[in-house]
Design a protein around this ligand. Structure first.
Ligand SMILES: Nc1ncnc2c1ncn2[C@@H]1O[C@H](COP(=O)(O)OP(=O)(O)OP(=O)(O)O)[C@@H](O)[C@H]1O
Length: 244
């Protein structure tokens, strides 16, 4: 378990002259859950892409415990302890559920036996044991999402960055997911960064919020305070959410 924080400092990203992120700074500590929110196109996914090395930085740096990771390949960054999920689920549909989770552990250098053990433990934790031998492609949407998170955890990350993990889930599925995610900081000392448009889920899960609008940070801090911030209400939340 890492006691080091993940730190994005003054991060900027440009796409053909468009500044998608402008001087954004965010810290994620072990065992905390931060919600990354903002209107469509405000730069949330781009910030995850910048941290995980999927897009190059036009400015700033990303460090873990002071060691620079920006500039490394996505694979090297993953090996430093950062894992992520995508807006659209990415699984090996023709492999079984247990093979999907196992392959992620194997890619991080454990033996086949250890990988199988780890996969089985994770599937039990995620109430997916009964589906271990099912083809991943045949699962319901909510189950696929959970397998994706189990896959990410099989790599034993110190930080997990989730891009709209509850998108497309029904109420029961998102309730199960919320329960699983809320336990991770305590059980694994994991730092979680979560993008989601479901403010109910975000408010129940997150200790802190970071709000982007047009690629810039417009507010950050304790969830209760941020949701009352007039700039946030104007840019994003609407008075309804602020009163929730
Ligand atoms: N690969 C890319 N090439 C060009 N422009 C991009 C690319 N990725 C993102 N953008 C642009 O950068 C801006 C930020 O996009 P991003 O996907 O990070 O926003 P977001 O806050 O995650 O949005 P949403 O809530 O809709 O997922 C948008 O204007 C988007 O069109």
């Amino acid at each position: 378990m890492s006691e080091k924080s993940l730190n994005a400092a003054g991060v900027s990203v440009e796409f053909s002259g468009l500044r998608a992120l402008d001087n954004v700074s965010l810290t994620l500590s072990p065992a905390e859950i931060v919600g990354l929110i903002g209107p469509n196109g405000s730069g949330k996914t781009t910030l995850i892409n910048a941290i995980t090395g999927q897009v190059p930085l036009a400015g700033g740096r990303v460090t873990i415990g002071g060691d620079q990771i920006s500039g490394l390949s996505p694979r090297r960054i993953a090996l430093k302890g950062i894992n992520r999920s995508f807006q659209i689920v990415r699984l090996f549909n023709n492999m079984t559920v247990v093979e999907n989770v196992e392959s992620s552990a194997l890619a991080h250098g454990v033996s086949l036996r250890q990988a199988r053990e780890k996969a089985n433990t994770l599937l039990a934790e995620f109430s997916l044991s009964e589906k271990a031998e099912d083809l991943a492609g045949n699962l319901s949407y909510g189950d696929k999402r959970r397998v994706e998170i189990a896959r990410a955890l099989a790599a034993d990350p110190a930080f997990l960055l989730l891009d709209e993990p509850a998108a497309g889930m029904n109420e029961a599925e998102s309730e199960t997911l919320l329960h699983i995610l809320s336990e991770l900081p305590r059980t694994r000392g994991l730092g979680l960064l979560i993008i989601d448009h479901d403010m109910g889920l975000i408010m129940r899960l997150c200790n802190r919020l970071h709000v982007l609008a047009s690629g810039r940070t417009i507010a950050e801090g304790k969830a209760d305070e941020v949701r009352k911030n007039p700039a946030v209400i104007e840019a994003y939340l609407g008075s309804e959410a602020a009163n929730a």
